[in-house]
Ligand binder design. Structure first.
Ligand code: PPS
Length: 378
């Protein structure tokens, strides 16, 4: 089994990973950013991520992200039957990946149970140092691809092509908590050892790897409003509150008809308890042995709505409410911060995300043209 230590520190391994990164390129080493020391909190964070990159100003991990690949992203050929999943990290990516993989396999668990999720839904910008591009091109159609890149950084064809995109958002407080623990277990993110209070500021200031949480949401929300039949915008809280219904919604969106029995089978297989012990998805069994240190906590950690209450102070919670709630409302997005609220909204409106929130005016201001609120169907 290969290790990051070998790939990035051993002279032999470095033959594969030592890309020359010039200073005036779309990808630079983040530590060479001339503005880095203007914010000490950010600078310390950036320096804690091994070989961190800035890709058109977006902070990315250095390990398993190939600068040569990033430089060519804009020319990446999209296929009309691709299905893309886009998320800010820790929003329910793995969960949705397993769901779509099963939908595309007609709910046949035998077909997926011995195959690592990463080989069934392939992460676009993260991959082996050699051959990733070739692998993506050679994947059998329909390709299932996942990305954490914001809209501003995805291949330009992806915005216009016919292929479908699913975007999953999670409420920002739980998202921040999950990302904090993920930073602590992830070697490629430097096994963060700073305090929670600093981390929460880094999140709110948009300094973390993959950039600003709200801008990420906003870009894809706008795309989903512009192309409602191509971009499905859903939330972690919806998956958590009514998984069978959301599986059906996703299946309809990708034009796969599933029987109720298959939907229920997928829902059972994709419950937190099942996924937590499923080595094909829980990162306990992966080809790189030191990507995670899961002695303190697990990749499949709690899987609930509302864990933020055990981390956020009253003041931090208010800071997030003030910072995000109004801006999200302007995008027609109401977030649920606890399970009762999520349950109530699903019961009353059928969805939490407002699907009827449709249009932009010419000045790109969003106008709400929904009169009856929410819609269950697609
Ligand atoms: S990553 O690293 O960006 O791919 O992480 P991501 O998969 O987006 O998010 C991980 C969080 O999702 C939770 N999770 C689930 N919750 C409920 N049910 C199921 N089936 C499920 N699968 C994954 C996982 O536990 C992480 O959230 P936290 O809050 O840390 O537990």
């Amino acid at each position: 089994m290969i290790s990051l230590k070998f790939l990035y520190n051993n002279p032999l391994g470095k033959l594969f990973t030592n890309d020359k990164i010039s200073k005036n390129s779309v990808v630079i080493l983040a530590e060479t950013d001339p503005d880095l020391d203007s914010d000490q909190q950010r600078a310390q964070y950036v320096r804690s991520i091994p070989k961190a990159l800035l890709f058109k100003n977006l902070l990315l991990q250095g390990y398993l992200v190939n600068p040569k690949f990033l430089k060519k992203i804009d020319n990446f050929q999209i296929k009309s039957d691709d299905l893309w999943l886009a998320t800010y990290p820790k929003s329910g990516t793995t969960w949705t990946e397993e769901i779509i993989s099963l939908i595309y396999n007609n709910g046949d668990i035998d077909k997926v149970k011995d195959k690592l999720l990463a080989t069934r839904v392939v992460h676009f910008e993260v991959g082996p140092p050699l051959g990733h591009s070739r692998w993506l091109k050679k994947l059998k159609s329909p390709r299932l691809l996942a990305t954490h890149l914001p809209v501003t950084h995805i291949p330009s064809q992806l915005k216009q092509s016919k292929c479908k995109i699913i975007y999953v958002m999670r409420n920002p407080k739980d998202n921040a908590v999950s990302y904090y623990h993920h930073h602590r277990i992830s070697t490629y993110l430097g096994n963060y050892r700073g305090p929670w209070n600093t981390f929460v500021d880094l999140f709110a200031n948009g300094h973390l790897a993959h950039g600003d949480w709200f801008e990420h949401i906003k870009g894809y929300r706008q795309l989903s409003i512009q192309y409602p039949n191509r971009v499905l915008f859903i939330s972690y809280e919806e998956l958590k509150t009514d998984l069978p219904k959301m599986i059906e919604l996703i299946a309809n969106f990708v034009e796969r008809k599933l029987s109720q029995e298959v939907i229920d089978r997928i829902a059972k297989h994709c419950s937190f308890d099942e996924m937590k012990t499923n080595n094909m998805v829980n990162r306990e069994k992966i080809p790189i042995k030191d990507l995670f240190d899961m002695t303190e906590s697990k990749f499949m950690r709690k899987g609930i709505i509302g864990d933020w209450k055990t981390h956020f102070s009253t003041q931090q919670s208010k800071q997030f409410d003030d910072k995000y709630n109004d801006k999200l409302n302007e995008l027609g997005l109401t977030v649920c911060y606890d399970s009762e609220d999520a349950y109530h909204r699903m019961q009353t409106n059928g969805r939490i995300i407002n699907k009827n929130f449709q249009s932009f005016d010419d000045n790109q201001n969003i106008t709400d043209n929904s009169d009856s609120g929410y819609d269950i169907s697609l």
